[in-house]
Design a protein around this ligand. Structure first.
Ligand SMILES: Nc1nc(=O)c2c([nH]1)NC[C@@H]1CN(c3ccc(C(=O)N[C@@H](CCC(=O)O)C(=O)O)cc3)C=[N+]21
Length: 290
């Protein structure tokens, strides 16, 4: 039976470190505020945003919550971003995705000050990731790297397969595993479905972020592999589940993340770390003292 990678427990530890870091910064007069912007009234998004605001409270990170109506214009959203960029009390800006269809998310992300981009979605930060330079990294893949490290899973020389090529998970995940010397393969919606099982079976580290409930089954998994499930899906019964069929996968995998309690809590915890890093980037003199 696989070792269960306890994202909930690890996330609490990461939040603890972020709380200390934020306290240290604020002692030196460096503000660590997080602005969370939510446009529209999607219930799922509202739930995630509430969770993020709770995390801030636990870490002693001051948060400001901006709820904009569904019919917010691009101009209104862009002015809010500009105002938050200029506000010295705000260290980090998070615009909850997805945005309503009439808004241009690409333009919004590009407008965020790269030093305040706690999601790590800005082209400058993604460029730094490509170049292997330090910078703000997307929270989900950053949390996954942390889980691998804590559980002693070294990507160097291993075969890593990433299922999904989104800009927020699959692509940055591939680059982070590559930076740690894994051999990477990225499968996606155009991958020959007959080949998919075989590709997954080659993985020592398998990261699944495709949004299809329970797509990856036990027989797709190499015995002993580390299986990381990024899915946030609903099964036939409407119950929260991942992209991996946990029941059959845990019989084959060496280690595996559950849903809930795996990647999700770590994603939120890394956001807290990123707020501290953002504050430090804006106040390098304080970071040196820390
Ligand atoms: N700008 C932006 N940044 C994001 O990081 C971002 C986003 N937009 N839009 C949506 C996705 C999704 N996401 C999740 C984070 C944590 C959980 C999480 O904590 N899940 C819990 C369960 C939650 C539940 O019970 O519903 C768990 O896995 O244990 C889920 C989903 C962040 N996202």
């Amino acid at each position: 039976m696989a070792t269960i990678i306890d994202g909930k427990k690890l996330a609490a530890e990461v939040r603890g470190r972020a709380a200390e870091r934020a306290a240290n910064l604020m002692t030196q007069g460096v503000p660590c505020g997080l602005a969370v912007v939510l446009v529209g009234d999607d219930q799922g998004s509202a739930t995630y945003v509430r969770a993020k605001l709770r995390d801030c409270e636990e870490c002693g990170i001051p948060s400001q919550d901006f709820k904009l109506s569904e019919d917010t214009t691009q101009g209104e959203l862009m002015s809010l971003i500009e105002r938050l960029n200029a506000d010295p009390s705000i260290a980090g800006i998070l615009v909850q995705m997805p945005l309503p269809a009439h808004l241009d998310a690409e333009q919004v992300v590009a407008a965020i000050d790269p030093k305040k981009d706690v999601d790590g979605f800005h082209p400058e930060n993604l460029g730094k990731l490509v170049r292997g330079l330090p910078g703000l990294r997307p929270c989900t893949p950053a949390g996954i790297m942390e889980m691998l490290d804590v559980y002693g899973i070294d990507p160097a020389g291993k075969n890593a397969v990433i299922v999904g090529r989104s800009s927020i998970v699959g692509k940055p995940m591939s680059l982070m595993l590559l930076a740690r010397n894994a051999t990477i393969s990225v499968a996606h919606s155009h991958t020959d479905p007959c080949e998919l099982a075989r590709i997954c079976q080659s993985a020592d580290i398998l990261v699944v972020a495709c949004g299809i409930p329970k797509m990856v089954k036990g027989p797709w998994i190499k015995p002993g592999a580390a299986v990381i499930d990024v899915g946030m899906d609903r099964d036939e019964a409407g119950k929260l589940c991942g992209d991996v069929d946990f029941a059959s996968a845990e019989l084959v995998a060496g280690s595996i993340t559950p849903v809930p309690g795996g990647v999700g809590p770590m994603t939120r915890a890394m956001l807290m770390s990123n707020v501290c890093l953002a504050a430090e980037l804006q106040h390098p003199e304080a970071a040196k003292l820390a």
